[in-house]
Design a protein around this ligand. Structure first.
Ligand code: ATP
Ligand code: MG
Length: 593
């Protein structure tokens, strides 16, 4: 196995730490990692060995007791009007919903699903459900009826909270097919319109409930969250997490996102995906931090206005959003000032070096890549505030998480790769608190993700001599050509450096001689037209940077790469389309791509 040449060499970005700079929560990674203990983090959250733990208790009751009047959530609507909730107001609202669920006998053992945008009712429902010991399961609100039906059927949810508009369009047509769904709460967009038959008025029920509730003394291993994966590599999986996950949410928000008590924090992820719940809801509240919630979708001018006006200090976003901002150029970003912005982080897809450098140009701060997945529940690899950033690298393993690279042989044995720069699958030693409990109704698949005492993530990476991890690709996407292992990410990074390229996706095409050849599908920058000359120029550019063995042999142009609704490029779909194979599960495909 060879290591792939061609990754652009970038100088590390060393952090400037002037006298007025906020010192990082973790100022020495190696010392913190050596002294780290999950039990000690649990103790900070009030967990006693053998005792109860409830996510809502740790992330809401605890900070609400310490700082009841502090601003917990600020929602901003399309007209920039704000709606604020203190920690205690949020706690009381969650209590009301917990009382409503308890009256409906939908506490322990029930699954409560939301089909909502980023609105206050989403938070009331999530923490209310957790408080009474139910499982909280968010769905992405842009899903149509069929993906909603199949997920509700899999989860066996008995309670759904949605808006009147979503109910009419997406739930009413499938409700008869969901016998387990007993109660549907509707958040009414228009209170003068009649309540749909067979539903409960969310606001009216909340208004009739007491605002005190004793949070259920759930055990750390009790089920708490059900997330569906993005469906990038196949049919989305239901991933179950326990209440103990909050220990990892809290620790990673402090040490990897560098959350300080006085931060204004903004996570742009949709609550329909794990990032939106782990880091848009639970983690910042557990840290007692004020969270900004934008009710609208990405808009370049709006985002810069929010960062400036709301004095955001820590911002957690995704490569797909950063690419949209980059596409708009530097002028809009420079029309605002961001004196409060201290830390920028990203997750969800490979973050190319240009995006890290763009952070420097646009905000004077690098973008800190973080790596994790629905199954890991929390950040496992990160670029930390006090450590140098190597653009293109995902960073170092999180303290308390044992990360390694491994090869899994067909006979089931595992080889750990200890020398630097070898490519292997990212594996994690079970034991961190937010490790998933199972794939819902697919225990077999869960068990298959473990071998030799390690969890196999399905992602390939290499680690350099400094301990930094570099993403190579998903195991399914890695290209094998003439004895080389080729990283689609490295080839894409090289192509993306060409001035005409907006973004690209690289796949392997079967070849009788060399096993697979590299093919790229390229989305061009606005105003640039595809042409045979440009194709030739791009192939030459690839060869120059990567060498003939690795550069794409063939290039196609597309107006838009197929993406999941959470913004990930679906290379499996490009492969299927190119080879004329069945397209598989498309429930999470972004429309129009
Ligand atoms: P599915 O499991 O259904 O195919 P998915 O893996 O995209 O979908 P998620 O759990 O939402 O579902 O995404 C996690 C995956 O996203 C990771 O396994 C990895 O492939 C990718 N990813 C996340 N962060 C990074 C990162 N910083 N760099 C590269 N890839 C990342
Ligand atoms: Mg996955």
């Amino acid at each position: 196995m060879t290591s792939v040449p061609g990754m652009a060499e970038w100088a590390p970005l060393l952090k400037h730490r002037g006298p007025d700079a906020t010192s990082p929560v973790m100022d020495d990674y190696r010392r913190a990692a050596a002294g780290f203990s999950w039990d000690a983090v649990g103790a900070e959250l009030g967990v006693v060995p053998g005792g109860a733990l409830n996510i809502a208790g740790a992330a809401l009751d605890r900070p609400a007791a310490a700082t009841p009047g502090k601003l917990a959530l600020r929602f901003v609507d399309g007209a920039f009007a704000t709606q604020d909730f203190t920690f205690d107001e949020l706690r009381r609202a969650a209590n009301r919903f917990a009382n409503a669920l308890t009256q409906l006998e939908s506490g322990p053992g029930a699954t409560v699903t939301t089909l909502l945008g980023r609105c206050p009712e989403l938070f009331f429902t999530a923490f209310g459900a957790l408080k009474c010991g139910a499982v909280f399961s968010p769905l992405f609100s842009a899903f149509g009826p069929e993906p909603i039906r199949s997920r509700l059927e899999l989860s066996g949810s008995s309670v759904l909270v949605t808006t009147a508009r979503f109910y009419a369009r997406k739930v009413a047509p499938i409700r008869a097919q969901l016998p387990s769904l007993r109660h549907v709460f509707v958040v009414r967009d228009d209170v003068t319109a009649p309540l749909p038959p067979g539903t409960l008025d969310f606001a009216a029920v909340m208004g009739s409930m007491p605002d005190e509730f004793n949070t259920a003394p759930t055990l750390p291993d009790d089920d708490a969250l059900l997330h569906f994966t993005s469906g990038t590599t196949g049919k989305p999986k239901g991933v179950v997490h326990a209440h103990r996950a909050v220990i990892a949410h809290y620790a990673t928000a402090k040490l990897a996102l560098d959350l300080h008590a006085d931060d204004i924090y903004w996570c742009t992820a949709d609550p329909g995906w794990v990032t939106g719940v782990s880091y848009g809801m639970i983690a910042p509240l557990a840290c007692g931090v004020t969270t900004l919630v934008d009710r609208e979708e990405l808009d370049v001018e709006r985002w810069y206005t929010l960062l400036e006006q709301q004095r955001v200090s820590v911002w957690y976003t995704a490569p797909t959003a950063l690419r949209m901002l980059m596409k708009a150029g530097l002028e809009p970003v420079r029309a605002h000032r961001y004196p409060s912005l201290r830390f920028i982080a990203s997750v969800g897809e490979p973050l190319n070096p240009e995006a890290v450098m763009w952070g420097m140009e646009a905000f004077g701060r690098p973008v800190h890549d973080t790596w994790w997945q629905t199954e890991t529940g929390a950040i496992m690899i990160a670029n930390f505030a006090a450590e140098p950033v190597y653009p293109g690298s995902m960073g170092l393993s999180f303290p308390g998480v044992e990360v390694a690279l491994a090869l899994r042989r067909p006979d089931g044995t595992v080889e750990l790769l200890t020398e630097p720069d070898r490519i292997g699958e990212i594996v994690l030693r079970p034991g961190w608190p937010s490790m998933f409990k199972t794939y819902l109704h697919n225990e077999q698949r869960y068990l298959e993700s473990f071998a030799g005492g390690w969890y196999f993530s399905g992602d390939q990476a290499k680690r350099d001599a400094r301990g930094y991890y570099w993403f190579i690709g998903r195991t399914d996407d890695i290209i094998k050509s003439a004895g080389h292992l080729i990283s689609p990410f490295e080839v894409e990074c090289a192509l993306n450096q060409h001035p005409a390229v907006m973004q690209s996706a690289v796949i392997g095409i079967p070849d009788p001689v060399v096993s697979q050849v590299v093919k790229a599908i390229v989305e061009l920058k606005p105003g640039i037209d595809a042409s045979p000359e440009l194709r030739r120029d791009l192939i030459a550019h690839g060869r120059r940077l990567l060498g003939a063995a690795i550069a794409p042999r063939d290039i196609d142009f597309t107006p838009a790469l197929p993406r999941t609704r959470s913004g990930k490029i679906m290379r499996r779909l490009l492969r299927a389309r190119t080879l004329g194979l069945p397209e598989g599960d498309l429930s999470t495909l972004e429309s129009g791509t």
